[in-house]
Design a protein around this ligand. Sequence first.
Ligand SMILES: Cc1cc2nc3c(=O)[nH]c(=O)nc-3n(C[C@H](O)[C@H](O)[C@H](O)COP(=O)(O)OP(=O)(O)OC[C@H]3O[C@@H](n4cnc5c(N)ncnc54)[C@H](O)[C@@H]3O)c2cc1C
Length: 487
Amino acid sequence: MQFSSDILIIGAGITGCSVARELSRFQADILVIDRGSDIAEGATKANSGIVHAGFDAVPGSRKAYYNVAGARLFPALCEELGVPYRQAGALVIALEEADLSTLKELLERGRENGVEGLRILSREEALALEPQLNPEIHGALLAPTSGLVSPYELAFAMADDAALNGVRFRFDEQVTGAEAAEGGFRVVTEGNEYRCRVLINCAGASSAELHNQLTGDSLRMIHRRGQYYLLDRTASGIFSRTVFQCPSRMGKGVLVSPTVHGNLLLGPTAEDIDDPLDTATTQAGLDQILEKARKTWPALSTRANITNFSGVRAHLEADDFLIGPVAGCPGAFEAAGIESPGLSSAPAVGKDLAALVAEYLHLAPREKRTPYPRPPRPFHEMTEEERAEACRKDPAYGTVICRCEVVTEAEIRAAIRRPVGARSIDGVKRRTRAGMGRCQGGFCMPRVAAILAEELGCGLNEIRKDGPGSLLLSGPIGECEERNPKA
Ligand SMILES: Cc1cc2nc3c(=O)[nH]c(=O)nc-3n(C[C@H](O)[C@H](O)[C@H](O)COP(=O)(O)OP(=O)(O)OC[C@H]3O[C@@H](n4cnc5c(N)ncnc54)[C@H](O)[C@@H]3O)c2cc1C
């Protein structure tokens, strides 16, 4: 089939969703396509969830500019979209005496980048803030403006807001070719052809590949995997702030950090890999995390570990973001090489790219936008009175589906009915937290599947865990035994 639009955005991660939302303020026909089956299937679903203060990036770089500009937008943005965000602060610790000079460099760098409130703490001051820290540290840099956010929840909210204001989304569309054509661009996927006047490349780990198809000036990307340990909420409160070790050439190093939902995160590793889709975890990588994280938190225990995961960084050889028009290809724009601090930068990147595209196409602002309806408070955060009131208005609040995270049937149905709603078990999980707890969906998964089937009007045997090839059921028991007699 052929589809056409004024603007085609490739990639529905945090960058593509931010650009789409900002462009939805203008009168234009906008389409977002992604090879994944949902929003945030790339790096946006697997990162540290930290809104970096901005002391790490080299002054004058795009990373430094967008990090600080983006981080400043977070509090109001998350408030407007009802996305959990907490300005928890961060420490960078000096494990060796020699690290103290790195802390001073980071302090200077941060001040040059415009980061407020940075201060070097003595060992005693740092331990008073975080008593579980290694008592042998030599000092720490305090960054009070560092924050915590749920990256995919922010992307979902941005996508919903954009969709409410006319942006269309299509999934399971892997772009295999893009070229300039009459009046704009021709983009092909496995089954379809797309025509557009403006093309925006927000393709994360594939952004260099797409860039190279559009212009002669070739980019080289290194895919750098980061693995994690995630501990459940019984580890909540062990650390209140994100704790980094001193950064190296390969990145910000292994951190120990609370998440905005009260879990504790350990990681990531930094391994250069060949396949950008290889999000496996390995014993060697996980062992490395524990060894390094114990230098920050000597009493580390993995008893509360509930899952491990990994994400892939899109590192450009030039070690900076590439944001703006694609050189030598009028009408093409890009956000390429968006590795860390890409999450922190996304709100500012979205604004800048949308302004450039609006100017290029001479777009008029939309006269009226549909305001984003703030989602109700999650049931598990409600007071007893609020719960009673919610159940009175909608009895589906009275059925708890996920016991670990206390997620109700009403919340799951609402997640499926959102403008860009959940279509899979993992889609429900990331929108509601059903399945995010200690049992990792062991109890609630069949019940979530049944609600999905009912809401989507399909059979249980059509429900997927996430993308293609992840059907939950293989067929009726009789047929399954015939196919596999030993089962
Ligand atoms: C381990 C790790 C830790 C990180 N920690 C932080 C942090 O704490 N703070 C921070 O600010 N940043 C962090 N980052 C960086 C941040 O996660 C990324 O910069 C950000 O998520 C990038 O968003 P994106 O939308 O550009 O890319 P992605 O989220 O990767 O989205 C790109 C999208 O494009 C789609 N796509 C790709 N190729 C094609 C194609 N050919 N056809 C169709 N669709 C395609 C993908 O499916 C994907 O959905 C971290 C990254 C990693 C990997």
